[in-house]
Write a protein that binds this ligand. Structure first.
Ligand code: 7TS
Length: 408
């Protein structure tokens, strides 16, 4: 992987922030976009723009082909099988809410269980809290081990024959841990539960094979994987989607409408009410082309190298605490500097042109589990270099000094 050639394709990276060359270490929040994605969205608006699934005119057909072509690309990327099992959504949050509002509320009742973990992003936690409240089901948590990883014995103990839904993130946006989704899915299925996976942090970085994992639902966002904001998708097995009620009603999703009764289109359209996110889907399709051309093996190798380099470099410093397991992690490091609030760390780093994220990362229960109110996080993607991490480490040393502490 030629990192310089890759960096050349990301226009935003070539600028100074506060008098320093930008070092972007916040891709877990949102990745940057390559020229090919920006051009694909522009080209769509300049040449093909129209509404989909209705016009008999040429632009309408082109827009429909582009939109449905993007759906096929998503299905192929994830080895998801039939493209109608891919529902375009605004992102991971909307996709998970769709499963919790439509599927979970129809199958759960008093005495049933919904199982999640304390490491979930609020998007994969609050929808289940609300579904549990609405249905009388019990929300249960698989406990985490000391380093934040999940032990299969604990999965076995938590999931029971009363469990209807298990919903877990593939990769934690704070701990960087990769969860054993395939084994967890097997256990969920053995107990008659469906497996929902939050793929927000896995899809940008790892080859995901939904047939092999055998999960029932899988959600992700385009903006974390070089695509535009406002587009993502939900994969659902046809047998489940076919029996689910829509949660949004209106144009595009209906078959026949009468004054007092209506019927719905087939999947996926019944879940895509209103004019869809056409340009977003086009951009996502271009992002998939971009990532697959480079190859997930290369991306994964590069990011693991970055993560290991960063982990080793930062953990060798005094006065720093790193969170999450040491091995088997994706390209991010979450940390705290002793006696310096992470917001202050991020502010000092920004003054040196380095963008990191500070806060609770939409994981307040996980922060409580870690016994902190907030953390700093540096996250890497295919365009980051060892030099970026050196700049981060140097800036952290200066931050410690700035706040009056020596660091080794
Ligand atoms: N799930 C996980 C694991 C995430 O990391 C995020 C976003 C989401 C769900 C929600 O995705 P959305 O596109 O619907 O917003 N995570 C982060 C983050 O770590 N920092 O900013 C957003």
């Amino acid at each position: 992987m030629n990192i310089n050639a890759i960096r050349e394709q990301f226009p935003i990276l070539h600028q100074e922030i506060n008098g320093h060359p930008l070092v972007y270490l916040d891709s877990a929040a949102s990745s940057q976009k390559p020229r090919s994605v920006i051009d694909a969205v522009n080209r769509y608006y300049e040449l093909d723009n129209a509404n989909v699934h209705r016009g008999v005119h040429t632009l309408g057909s082109r827009a429909t082909d582009a939109y449905e072509g993007a759906r096929e690309k998503v299905a192929k990327l994830l080895n998801a099988g039939a493209p109608e099992q891919i529902i375009f959504t605004r992102g991971t949050t909307t996709a998970l809410n769709l499963v919790a509002s439509s599927y979970a509320r129809s199958v759960c009742g008093e005495g049933d269980e919904i199982v999640i973990t304390p490491m979930e992003h609020h998007s994969n936690l609050i929808p289940w809290q609300q579904a549990a409240k609405a249905t009388g089901a019990t929300l249960k948590y698989i406990p985490l081990q000391e380093d934040g990883s999940i032990a299969i014995e604990d999965v076995e103990k938590t999931i029971t024959s009363r469990t209807k839904v298990v919903s877990v993130t593939y990769v934690s946006n704070v701990l960087g841990v990769i969860n054993p989704i395939k084994e967890m899915t097997r256990i969920a299925h053995r107990n008659g539960a469906v497996m929902v996976v939050d793929g927000a942090q896995s899809t940008p970085h790892m080859k995901v094979d939904l047939k092999d994992l055998d999960v029932d639902f899988y959600a992700f966002s385009g903006h974390k994987m070089c695509g535009p904001t406002g587009i993502g998708a939900l994969f659902g097995k046809k047998s489940l989607l076919n029996n689910m009620e829509p949660i949004e009603y209106g144009g595009e999703m209906i078959d026949f409408v009468d004054l007092y009764e209506s019927t719905w289109k087939e999947i996926p359209y019944r879940f895509e009410g209103g004019t869809p996110i056409i340009a977003g889907a086009v951009g996502l399709g271009a992002a998939i082309d971009f990532l697959t051309e480079i190859g997930y093996d290369e991306i994964d190798k590069h990011e693991r190298r970055m993560a290991a380099y960063a982990y080793d470099k930062l953990s060798s410093m005094d006065g720093i605490t790193l969170y999450g397991p040491k091995k088997d992690r994706v390209g991010l490091v979450t940390f705290n500097l002793e006696d310096v609030h992470p917001h202050d760390v991020a502010t000092v780093l920004d003054s040196k042109g380095i963008a990191i994220r500070a806060g609770h990362h939409c994981c307040q229960p996980l922060m409580r589990w870690l016994n902190v109110s907030a953390t700093a996080r540096a996250s890497f993607y295919l365009y980051n270099t060892e030099e970026d991490i050196d700049r981060l480490a140097d800036a952290l040393i200066q931050t410690k000094e700035f706040f009056g502490h020596a660091i080794g």
